[in-house]
Design a protein around this ligand. Structure first.
Ligand code: PBG
Length: 334
């Protein structure tokens, strides 16, 4: 007969390591997972034809014209990611004060959306809604002197969103940080018969140093000043809850926190407080830091990428915008 140990003599050494002994045990016990269905890939489309040009500041990323989109998107579709976020550049020499190219129905973004929805119906297509790539001054809104004209910008953003929805975008994603733009866009979309087009609001977007590689890719470095009068102050976390609540009340379907890595506390707080799915953008500077460190032999690219992405998921992100989609799917074994 087995002897029953005395209840009075428990093993006082607790052993969490029991759950780490084998891969199967670790996988069973893991709190966080990452699948391709959680990933969205930013895509930079340009006017013209025959263009597929590597972006110097962003490893593995291209400026691509609509006729060559397939070359870039085919592998992403095969990888089974959720979808794309399309950023566009206007035709050379067309940047002006009001960002006229932003709502051009024949612009690179609208044409890209039509082509993508036809060729890759399984991919979600989101579009960036912001004037910065289209304005001569490079700001996200209209300006008077050096002042941002918040309310005057709203109809421009609504018009841009409508052009993208007309082209077939599943999601429009305002990244400009003007107050009230979610309501303006929702109203315009509904009036134009696009009640089913979702809004992914960059509700929580910090005035960050980490957009620099992207701004070179988007040619949107502000001609004067910076974006601190409309993007958030990195010292503030509670303000993020207010921004998220306002955008949700205005009709945002999904919320975004950006950048991701340095703001995981904010991401976690917003994800807990909000009843909307929260996505996070691992921005160009976060990606470039990892790439530079890996190139210098200081970090293992695959392990660092996976760790950064898992950290973002663990903090509460439903999905991740990242330039590393293809690498991540490969690392995940897809
Ligand atoms: C604004 C916008 C920016 C990014 C996405 N949308 C840059 C900015 O605010 O200057 C940055 C993304 C990245 O750094 O990867 N249209």
């Amino acid at each position: 007969m087995p002897t029953v140990p005395s209840l009075a003599a428990p093993d006082l050494i607790q052993r969490p390591r029991r759950l780490r002994a084998t891969t199967a045990m670790r996988d069973l016990a893991a709190e966080t997972d990452l699948t391709p269905s959680r990933l969205l890939q930013p895509l930079f489309v340009v006017p013209g034809t025959g263009v597929k040009r590597p972006i110097g500041t962003l490893r593995g990323q291209f400026h691509v014209s609509v006729d060559r989109l397939d070359e870039v998107v085919e592998p992403l579709a095969r990888a089974g990611i959720a979808g794309l976020v399309v950023f566009g550049l206007p035709r050379a020499g067309t940047k002006d004060e009001r960002g006229s190219g932003a709502d051009d129905p024949d612009g690179a973004v609208a044409r890209a959306v039509r082509a993508l929805k036809a060729a890759f119906p399984q991919l979600l297509v989101a579009t960036d809604v912001c004037l910065d790539a289209y304005t001569s001054h490079g700001h996200c809104g209209l300006v008077e002197g050096e002042r941002i004209l918040n309310d005057e910008t709203l109809p421009r953003l609504a018009s841009m969103a409508q052009v993208h929805a007309d082209a077939g975008a599943d999601i429009v994603a305002p990244s400009d940080m003007m107050d009230g733009r979610v309501a303006a866009i929702r109203t315009a979309l509904d009036a134009a018969g696009h009640a089913d087009t979702a809004i992914l609001s960059y509700a929580v977007k910090y005035a960050s140093s980490m957009y620099q590689p992207f701004r070179e890719a988007e040619e949107s470095v502000p001609a004067f000043g910076d974006r601190r009068s409309y993007q958030m102050d990195p010292r503030n976390g509670r303000e993020a809850l207010r921004e998220a609540a306002l955008d949700a009340a205005e009709g945002a379907d999904l919320l975004m926190v950006k950048p991701a890595g340095p703001y995981l506390d904010v991401l976690a707080a917003v994800a807990r407080a909000s009843d909307r799915p929260v996505l996070a953008y691992q921005v160009s500077g976060e990606y470039a830091m990892l790439a530079a460190a890996a190139e210098a032999g200081l970090l293992d690219w695959d392990r660092a990428l996976l760790e950064a992405a898992i950290g973002i998921r663990r903090a509460g992100a439903a999905g991740i915008l990242t330039y590393a989609c293809l690498d991540l799917v490969r690392i995940l074994g897809g």
